[in-house]
Design a protein around this ligand. Structure first.
Ligand SMILES: C[S@@+](CC[C@H](N)C(=O)[O-])C[C@H]1O[C@@H](n2cnc3c(N)ncnc32)[C@H](O)[C@@H]1O
Length: 238
């Protein structure tokens, strides 16, 4: 178990700061070369504190929708995540330039940078190499219900048993993330266990654990047959 206190985590995130007033979410001070975190500081602090207290130590984390990469960096400053895959289709912010400035300081081996839609065939091909190795997923890309549901199916197959899938914007109004994760609960989907939820104001964070059932449906081998529609979903960004 990590011995980070709540205050240490809060202060680390706070000091990361924003690049300019008004950037990112609330409560961040202006700081030149800040990390441009698109986060509610308390919710991110609670998430990281919870992960640290539980002693999570990840092998391969995938962050979908990294924007400037600040959350990817902070998470890895505070939680051990040995290897990292980042995915962003650069539809909202010019991710690349800023990410290139900070990526060498990310406390993890960056094994893939995928500048594509999370559900594209190229993305799927690149990710399939890591099937069964992935034990942490942070979903914060396209927030439509259809996209998030397809990402859930994709990452369920790619993840190992006991992996965590974190949903960002889990309680934001007007986006489909809430419907997507609620459906897992309403359908009593036995493949996922709700582990934690953090909501201070908005956007809210929910964490599920992946339970592999042992069936062949759990694997990537027949993903195309069951999910051929996923690659056709259009990105309708929030
Ligand atoms: C809300 S921002 C993410 C904020 C970031 N996670 C943070 O905490 O700073 C959403 C990001 O997702 C990316 N995005 C949107 N739709 C996507 C998709 N279908 N596939 C991959 N990335 C996507 C956007 O380019 C944008 O950078």
């Amino acid at each position: 178990m990590s011995d980070y206190t709540f205050n240490h985590i809060y202060n680390t995130i706070y000091e990361a700061g924003c690049n300019a007033p008004g950037e990112g979410y609330q409560e961040f001070p202006y700081k030149p070369d800040g990390l441009k975190l698109y986060q509610n500081i308390y919710e991110l602090t609670y998430l990281i504190y919870w992960l640290a207290r539980k002693g999570y130590n990840f092998n391969l984390g995938v962050d979908v929708g990294i924007a400037f990469g600040g959350t990817t960096k902070i998470l890895r400053d505070l939680i051990p995540i040995k290897k990292t895959i980042v995915i962003d289709n650069c539809s909202e912010v010019p991710t690349g330039a800023y990410w290139n400035k900070i990526k060498d300081r990310v406390n993890s081996e960056i094994v893939e940078e995928i500048w594509e839609d999370s559900l594209s065939e190229t993305t799927r091909e690149k990710l399939t190499k890591y099937a069964g190795e992935i034990d942490f997923v942070f979903l914060d890309g396209n927030h439509s219900k259809e996209t998030v549901e397809s990402e859930i199916e994709l990452f369920y197959k790619l993840c190992k048993n006991g992996a965590l899938i974190v949903f960002h914007d889990a309680f934001s109004s007007g986006v489909g993330v809430f419907d997507a994760w609620c459906n897992l609960r309403l359908k009593k989907d036995k493949r996922f266990i709700l582990k934690a939820a953090f909501l201070v104001t908005m956007p809210g964070i929910v964490v599920f654990e992946v339970v592999k059932t042992g069936s062949t449906d759990d694997t990537m081998s027949n993903f195309d047959k069951n999910n051929s529609k996923t690659s056709k979903i259009k990105a309708d960004n929030k």
